[in-house]
Design a protein around this ligand. Sequence first.
Ligand code: DLL
Length: 433
Amino acid sequence: MIWKEDVECLPICELKQLQGDRLAKLVKYVYSNCKVYKDRFDQLGIIPESIKQIDDIGRLPFTTKLDMRDHYPYGLFSAPRNALNEIHVSSGTTGNPTLVGYTKEDLALWSDVMARTICCAGGHPDDIIQIAYGYGLFTGGLGFHYGALEMGLTIIPTSSGQTRRQIKIMQDFQPRILCCTPSYALHMAEEIAALGLDPRKSSWEIGIFGAEPWSEPMRQEIESKLGIIATDVYGLSEIIGPGVAQECQYKDGLHIYSDVFYPEIIDPDTGKPVEEGQDGELVITTLTKKGIPLIRYRTRDIVSINHEKCRCGRTSPRISKIKGRTDDMIIIRGINVFPSQIEHVLLGIDGVEPHYQIVIDRGASHLDQIDILVEMSPEIFSDEIKQLESLQKKIKQEIMAVLSVSANVKLVEPNTIARSEGKAKRVIDKREI
Ligand code: DLL
């Protein structure tokens, strides 16, 4: 089943026309409503009326995460604050989080792309869906919620965590669809087995997993452990949340909703488009958003793109699974963390040296574990054990308070962390993803 066949299967030339019309409108809209864009266009001598077709997009400037941070909280919005019905924040930047907001029209758009997503994964309006993404200020839970409402599914909004309860709910209500991060899906499989049950007999038949990188071997593991079809969902808060791209039953790339989120793949160093099929940074223009529409937003995610029509009938291009990032952001259990944030916390604590290492691994539980090795100053090192323990506890609490990540903190002797002559290797990621 295809949720919006008229747009999802539109012949390419009509799709291009639609994208061009929307881009022309968007450029005029942001120019008249957002001072940041107006000033930038003026500086570059871009006359909004001169942008008429989708191929004109290359003349427009990029928007970056730094722009969002610099104009925090409302500077990059095109709609006034009182037109926003909902706001979310994304973690993962130093200092201010990234604020995103939705007008009523944006919420309708989100519902629509999420209905397309659930449908693309194989969902049906008769299904029961268990939404185990966090609802808080993370976009995952509510994004799926709106899409499932739009399609008319029966929703179980469990949010994330409380694994035993998730399992009981699955057993009692028999949902066919499970939505959560891939690492949490694996963890659930193990908890089910720990209860003496067979995870393959779970009621879940389809998984919609994303928000963090995961590999083909990990997909195979989830599919064999849970007896489920595991599909990949991609999105980011700045663009809308989940609902930017989704795999269909053929699992041969993620369909990106290019009638509303126009994709370009560029060389991150030159900003120029790469050849079709080559890896590059995904850049997205939100063609129809009202609250905080973004022009040529640099996602920092590395993908390739395939414009061929898919066997499922959709004509929307397909992006590959996310192959990496152009920056050093790490994602731990779905939470975005920059090493610089950890550094910021550590360096605010007395007795800690600016030498540290972050080791991420997926233990037997398949959940991300983060160890932070922190070098003590010689003075602190000679202190009593009790004082060292209290320092360790303090660091752990600060990391939790600032980043919402539970880390194992290990204090190490002065001068034990390898010094580097070039860039310091702060992060050792041992996860096989
Ligand atoms: O993670 C939105 C989302 C929620 C997507 C639920 C899918 C499911 P942010 O917290 O802003 O938004 O993080 C966005 O997460 O730029 C990618 O680097 C990474 N990411 C998201 N989905 C995938 C995926 C949500 N399927 C950042 N594979 C993005 C790999 C992903 N990385």
